[in-house]
Design a protein around this ligand. Sequence first.
Ligand SMILES: NC(=O)c1ccc[n+]([C@@H]2O[C@H](COP(=O)([O-])OP(=O)(O)OC[C@H]3O[C@@H](n4cnc5c(N)ncnc54)[C@H](OP(=O)(O)O)[C@@H]3O)[C@@H](O)[C@H]2O)c1
Length: 237
Amino acid sequence: MKIENSIVFISGANRGLGLAFAQEALKRGAKKVYAGVRNPTADSMPGIVQVKLDVTDAASVAAAAKQCGDVTLLVNNAGIARLNSSVLDASMVDFSREIFETNYYGTILLSQAFAPVLAKNGGGAILNVLSDATWFSRPMLASYSASKSAVWSFTNALRIELRGQNTFVQGLHVSFLDTDMTKGFDMKKTSPQQVAEAAFTGIETGKEEVLVDSFTRQMKQSLSGEQALYLNPPEIA
Ligand SMILES: NC(=O)c1ccc[n+]([C@@H]2O[C@H](COP(=O)([O-])OP(=O)(O)OC[C@H]3O[C@@H](n4cnc5c(N)ncnc54)[C@H](OP(=O)(O)O)[C@@H]3O)[C@@H](O)[C@H]2O)c1
């Protein structure tokens, strides 16, 4: 589908990658961009309609879907990460529950709420933001990685089922981005703008899975080999 003239709903669009999606959608001529945000502000950007949204709250998600009945592209972007010093930390359990509420259950809630909206509007598309962590579990990000593997699995089921209503489903995988989530960490980071461009180009050209950077591509490509990178990760990953 084309982004031009589409009506886009993006969760967590007030900053980071979500904001980059909103800007890229406008650049490509989207008719309307809804920004699903926890705390709407008075000074929303021109062309962007803020909608109150907490992805962990089913009532909030249902209200957003009701308010935005003209959506043709849903972007499940909102996400959180928590760092643990060891997978043996007691905090692993609480972190995992908190992260899964947002990253996994939040994606399910939004997909379920908007699938009928997309069907009514001709099919459209859903874009789920995943990560290289889908396939590579760094110990300090173990809970986050588990959530992204789970969302990948859900995305794959969603794609097959929603083909029946002509909804295209994309999984977007990328390594570290230059956003608040990685603030203070010194590593190679991709710009959110580059990710939004790659994802929307993928939507427009029918790519069901978009792997933005070379590390993520190598990670996935090596999965079936005996030297799979998730077994023997490079030191700087
Ligand atoms: N940064 C990376 O290195 C990286 C790499 C791969 C994938 N990703 C993924 O990219 C996506 C965006 O991350 P980012 O880097 O842009 O992170 P970010 O800068 O921390 O932004 C996260 C966004 O999610 C929103 N959010 C969090 N919990 C929410 C909730 N319960 N309801 C509604 N919105 C909520 C935040 O809203 P508030 O402003 O209200 O907190 C914020 O807008 C996430 O899915 C993340 O997992 C990030």
